[in-house]
Design a protein around this ligand. Structure first.
Ligand SMILES: Cc1cc2nc3c(=O)[nH]c(=O)nc-3n(C[C@H](O)[C@H](O)[C@H](O)COP(=O)(O)O)c2cc1C
Length: 232
């Protein structure tokens, strides 16, 4: 009985998160919104390289507005270097040539129920080449605030399946679903973002900040993805 109550409570919470994000998205669409130039500040853009003396080279191409996805990309890069790969972490829009890489990881923050344009443009421009390489995806969003089988399924259906359909030539070996972050102190939110995130805070129980990125979960995913990208 109590298991049923817990499962129902989880489902309701998942529904609340999605309803809230939908509401936020509709508010933004109604006023013709988003986000202005991004990454929003210099700190929100992270580009690193490591593992120069290694032979297998992996590109992590990501898109972000407020930097939490950039930090996830950086973390993945450091971990992969420690596992013996050469890694470049780049903003997707800054990548001009993927031919030097043996594998590619593409990551995006989720805004208004979709991947950011820099990530989808990267997929579009490189679809042919990516169809012949080992590829992994990861996404970062508030709807993974609570990591349950129900949220994973809903997030996959809502945010991953449309991308898999649009870029059908690309078959990722692994897809990481990660919680995102909100920080009213550190991030420069515009007016509409503030409204959406304040509403979200009412549902998710934060006032000024929340960080749902679980670095252990991300670390576990990197281990799995690294083996698959390496053809193991
Ligand atoms: C205006 C706005 C819309 C958002 N829409 C979604 C959404 O549809 N789904 C979701 O999971 N998270 C959504 N979020 C939360 C962001 O994905 C989350 O804060 C993420 O960590 C931001 O990544 P970034 O810091 O790399 O930009 C939204 C956030 C804002 C400000």
């Amino acid at each position: 009985m109590s298991q049923r109550i817990i499962a129902t409570t989880r489902k309701l919470r998942t529904l609340r998160i999605f309803a809230c994000l939908l509401l936020g998205g509709l508010v933004l669409l109604a006023v013709g919104a988003p986000a202005g130039a991004y990454p929003r500040t210099d700190e929100d853009l992270i580009e690193t390289s490591c593992g120069d003396n290694q032979t297998t080279s992996i590109l992590i191409a990501y898109d972000t507005i407020h930097g939490s996805t950039a930090e996830v990309a950086e973390f993945i890069g450091e971990d992969l270097c420690a596992r013996g790969f050469k890694v470049d972490v780049r903003l997707a829009a800054n990548v001009t040539d993927i031919s030097p890489y043996s594998a590619v990881i593409v990551g995006s923050a989720i805004y208004q129920f979709a991947w950011l344009e820099g990530a989808t443009t990267f997929l579009r421009q490189n679809e042919q080449a990516l169809s012949t390489l080992p590829v992994a995806f990861f996404i970062v969003g508030a709807s993974m605030a609570e990591d349950t089988p129900e949220t994973r399924e809903a997030v996959k259906q809502q945010f991953v399946d449309p991308v898999l359909q649009e870029f059908a030539a690309i078959t990722p070996v692994s897809i990481g679903l990660f919680g995102g972050a909100v920080d009213f102190m550190a991030n420069e939110y515009n007016f509409m973002e503030r409204i959406v995130l304040r509403i979200l805070g009412l549902f998710l129980g934060y006032t000024n900040s929340a960080d749902w990125r679980n670095w252990n979960t991300i670390g576990d995913w990197i281990g799995e993805a690294a083996a698959l990208l390496n053809g193991e």
